[in-house]
Design a protein around this ligand. Structure first.
Ligand code: PMP
Length: 448
């Protein structure tokens, strides 16, 4: 039963796990965009795992490739050679521009960012690294320092030499905002600003300059950027910002890392990689999630020159580049071609964005609709003028209702109204019992 399952989860799994929904969904089966729970209830999965499934749950062709490889060989380590890793590395890098030709395979995005950090430091001989406030780059002790949001970090010894610059949020960032308020939803640019050049861009660049000046002295090892902040809440940057930021980092000897964990593999529609939507060329690309359509696979791809830095010492990873993972990754790329998933992201995404934009015009609580391709965010506010976030209980109850209608969506952002308030939500829901039932004398408490 549901109660038994909850009991098991609480007894045998870490309490750090976040469990979505008041009554969590016990997922049993998946096929393409659909999921079924153990009771046979079907859901349209718009969250795709956590922005992961890229060609469809249990896609028949990907499944077939995995099965074929399982029959042949499902494990060997990197100290041996095996055909799938070579074939896949060649195929994957054919999707990347320029000199981005050398792959290092890992099992998760966190591991891949760990490795990128190590390589940035080894290659440049510098120590300090910079990422955006509100960014998410992983949960390992190393990457926790890159991830800049208190929800995801702990007071542990991580993050030495990590610095965070203001995320250049065009909707409600410190300097974004006022002039963006009434801008039309844009589908063909990297920010939602109506004025061709976002006025906030220079302010954010000045902030980056300031971080470079006060924290890193003259030199910097690396700079991390997602093309659109995912966990941070579908945050888009001013047009042209990344290009100038990359130049600023390179002037100080640093390398630029594109975290394509959420934005890669055609999800943004117009381009295969998110960094291409900003017209920048990174020195290293970190990928996970969509790369394996949900199968554990991740990678760092960089230039031969930077890859050389890893020859200073051995760096092993037992499961990275596992034959089945490589066969899956390869089939995912084939399916992306056959099913035109990137084009689908562009077509369906644009349609979605424009339809959702109508909600913004109609409903006072829809403050912003933004994104690109099939990476879309909708920001709920109490007041469109002040942009005061819609209180947590209201957000949560809308999100619960959407689930009850058979649609799964994610939530992100850092204004505290998307998850931290489950306790408040409960309290208010329970308070309704007090109003309804004569035997409920009082409902009280705080948080959970
Ligand atoms: N980078 C980004 C942009 C992510 O969204 C995530 C995961 N949410 C990661 C890195 C970390 O990936 P993983 O959970 O596979 O370690």
């Amino acid at each position: 039963s549901y109660e038994d399952a909850m009991h098991r989860r609480k007894t045998n799994l870490t309490p750090a796990l976040l469990t979505y929904y008041k009554k969590p969904v016990m997922v049993y089966q998946g096929h393409m965009q659909w999921l079924w729970d153990v009771h046979g209830q079907r859901y349209l999965d718009l969250f795709a795992g956590i922005v992961t499934v890229s060609v469809g749950h249990c896609h028949p062709k990907v499944k077939e490739a995995a099965k074929e490889q399982l029959d042949l060989l499902w494990h060997t380590t990197n100290v041996y050679m095996h055909p799938p890793i070579h074939e896949y590395a060649e195929k994957l890098t054919s999707y990347l521009p320029g000199d981005l030709k050398v792959c290092y395979f890992t099992n998760s995005g966190s591991e891949a960012n760990d490795l990128a950090l190590l390589m940035a430091r080894l290659h440049t001989g510098s120590f300090d690294v910079i990422s955006f406030r509100n960014a998410y780059h992983g949960a390992s002790p190393y990457t926790m320092g890159l991830t800049a949001h208190s929800t995801w970090t702990y007071n542990v010894a991580s993050g030495f030499g990590h610095h965070h610059t203001m995320n250049p949020d065009v909707y409600r960032g410190l300097w974004g905002g006022a002039h963006c308020r009434d801008s039309p939803v844009q589908t063909d640019r990297s920010c939602s600003c109506a004025a061709g050049e976002c006025m906030a861009k220079d302010m954010y660049l000045e902030q980056l300059h300031e971080v470079l000046r006060y924290s890193t002295g003259k030199r910097v090892a690396g700079f991390w950027a997602e093309a659109i902040q995912g966990v941070g809440g579908a945050i888009q940057y001013p047009k042209g910002f990344l290009k100038e930021a990359f130049a600023m980092i390179r002037e100080r000897g640093g390398i630029c890392i594109a975290d394509e964990v959420q934005t890669g593999f055609g999800r943004l529609g117009s381009h295969f990689w998110g960094f291409q939507t900003h017209d920048v060329m990174p020195d290293m690309v970190v990928m996970a999630k969509g790369i394996g359509n949900g199968y554990p696979l991740a990678a760092v791809v960089t230039t031969p020159e930077i890859a050389q830095s890893m020859t200073q010492a051995l760096h092993l990873n037992t499961f990275g580049g596992n034959p089945v993972a490589c066969a899956v990754g390869s089939a995912v790329l084939d399916v992306m071609e056959e099913d035109s998933t990137q084009q689908n992201s562009a077509d369906v995404g644009t349609y979605f964005l424009l339809e959702l934009a109508r909600l913004r015009d109609e409903f006072s609580i829809v403050g912003d609709v933004r994104g690109k391709g099939l990476m879309i965010g909708l920001e709920l506010v109490k007041d469109k003028g002040t942009k005061e976030p819609l209180p947590g209980p209201d957000v949560i109850s809308i999100w619960e209702d959407i689930k009850d209608m058979g649609v799964l969506i994610g939530k992100g952002g850092f204004y505290g109204n998307n998850s931290a308030d489950v306790g408040t939500y409960f309290l208010l829901e329970l308070a309704r019992l007090r109003d309804e039932f004569s035997i409920v004398g009082d409902v009280r408490g705080k948080g959970l």
